[in-house]
Ligand binder design. Structure first.
Ligand code: ZN
Ligand code: ZN
Length: 122
């Protein structure tokens, strides 16, 4: 993803949050009162915005990790990946697992991330 599409995504998120908040405001003003509608609309706006900001932050964190940098202190992270693999005993695919660890600040993160060379299950 490029920077342009990312900031565009942020604008879309803002618009979505505003639309939700406004919808909540209109509905609550009609059903209850305008004051309650205002408070409720703002609450919805902020929580939808917080949710989307959180997913953006996670995206940024994953991007840093992919680049081998600690999202907290930006030093080099240790990275361990176990490929998705077939377990003949269980007759099942075992999920891929990836873990990152920063020796400098102690940051640790694990994810069932599938790398480009992981085998595809059939
Ligand atoms: Zn892999
Ligand atoms: Zn660190």
């Amino acid at each position: 993803m490029t920077r342009v599409s990312k900031s565009f995504g942020l604008v879309v998120d803002l618009a979505t949050a505003a639309a939700w908040g406004f919808g909540g405001y209109v509905l609550a003003s009609r059903l209850l009162s305008e004051q309650i509608g205002g408070v409720l609309g703002l609450a919805i706006f902020l929580s939808v915005l917080a949710l989307s900001l959180d997913s953006h932050l996670q995206e940024v964190r994953m991007e840093r990790l992919m680049a081998g940098a600690c999202p907290k202190c930006r030093s080099t992270v240790r990275y361990e990946h176990k490929h998705r693999r077939w377990d003949p005993a269980r007759n099942n695919w075992l999920p891929a697992s990836t873990s990152w660890e920063c020796p400098k600040c102690g940051f640790g993160h694990g994810e069932a991330w599938v790398c480009p060379t992981c085998p595809e299950p059939d």
